[in-house]
Design a protein around this ligand. Structure first.
Ligand code: NDP
Length: 300
């Protein structure tokens, strides 16, 4: 069997299109423009690239993009004061603090200082609790993107056996909560899990969110299963020239694609969905803040 490729790039473009349509309607019918504030502390090159992409895509869907670039030496008090002012700003509907923060800043404290209704990353403890108890929340972008692709591929996920490999707060745990919310039978695996291959072999849905190059081989995959590869790993690519690199996932793509029914590639799978879902969350936050109906198909 050769798997269907789930094209995250195309799917993300579709999500951005829906967001842009809804944003135009908000502007025309209500005079509203959603605003996303992104706060970057320090000069981490990868974070700078992410923030630039977020700003560009925010503007492309017609939203206001507000960027705050702070020095790596910014004090906790100054960062918290900025978050307070963004919380109070009615033109800002979403706030994202780019992680990781420099070591002298307390990430939990900073994230929990964001107004929960503006926490478009879904990392605030209140949103985590709401997601875990099935209440309306802001949902972390990467797992939300995975859920959207799974729903589009399967329709109903009810009763399916899902394995999430990885238990981080930003991917593994919220992913498991979302799958549970859609009535999957969920197993969360991690570095201490015994006999991971056997656990993965019984899954209809495999979500790999580990950060280990191609650790899931094709012979772990149940025939016809759906494989969502969240991992992003950079490896040497001498075939592209000296010193060149390329990205691969946590799943061995070629062998998994032989057995799976559907699979997301890396790059071009989950990655593009993450920013698309950030835009969707900002739109949702704006609608909620103004007691307007939420966009359909863009929330959990
Ligand atoms: P973390 O490092 O926070 O978590 C990794 C998880 O994998 C941990 O729970 C760890 O277990 C588990 N793990 C490590 N080794 C093994 C193993 N041998 N067997 C089973 N489980 C193992 O990573 P993140 O969740 O932040 O990210 C995971 C991957 O997803 C990374 O490659 C990251 O780059 C990528 N990513 C991609 C995004 C996208 O937009 N596509 C967004 C976010 C992340 P334990 O808890 O026991 O240590």
């Amino acid at each position: 069997m050769t798997a269907q490729i789930i094209d995250g790039k195309a799917f993300a473009a579709e999500v951005r299109g829906k967001v842009a349509t809804h944003v135009a309607r908000l502007r025309d019918e209500h005079g509203l423009t959603p605003g996303l504030a992104v706060v970057l502390v320090g000069e981490d090159p990868a974070s700078q690239v992410y923030v630039r992409n977020k700003g560009k895509q925010t503007a492309e869907v017609g939203m206001n993009s507000i960027e705050h670039k702070l020095s790596a030496k910014t004090s906790q008090a100054d960062l918290l004061a900025l978050i307070d002012s963004l919380n109070a700003d009615p033109g800002v509907h979403g706030i994202l603090v780019q992680l990781p923060l420099p070591g002298h800043l307390d990430e939990d404290l900073v994230i929990n200082a964001i107004a929960p209704e503006k926490d478009v990353d879904g990392f605030h403890i209140l949103n985590v609790g709401r997601l875990g108890t099935g209440q309306k929340s802001m949902v972390p972008c990467t797992p939300l993107g995975c859920l959207m692709m799974l729903r589009a591929h399967h329709g109903s996920l009810s009763g399916l056996d899902a394995v999430v490999i990885g238990r981080s707060n930003i991917v593994g745990k919220p992913m498991a909560q979302l799958l549970l919310g859609d009535s999957c039978t969920v197993t969360i695996a991690h570095s201490r899990t015994k006999d991971l291959p056997q656990i993965v072999r019984r899954a209809d849905i495999v979500i790999a969110a580990v950060g280990r190059t191609e650790m899931v081989p094709g012979d772990w995959i149940k025939p016809g299963a759906t494989v969502i590869d969240v991992g992003i790993n950079r490896i040497d690519a001498p075939e592209k020239g000296e010193g060149k690199t390329r990205l691969v996932g946590d799943c061995h793509f070629d062998s998994c694609a032989e057995t799976a029914g559907a699979i997301t590639p890396v790059p071009g799978g989950v990655g593009p969905m993450t920013i698309a879902c950030l835009l969707a969350n900002t739109l949702t936050a704006c609608c909620r803040a103004n007691s307007l109906p939420e966009p359909e198909g863009l929330t959990a």
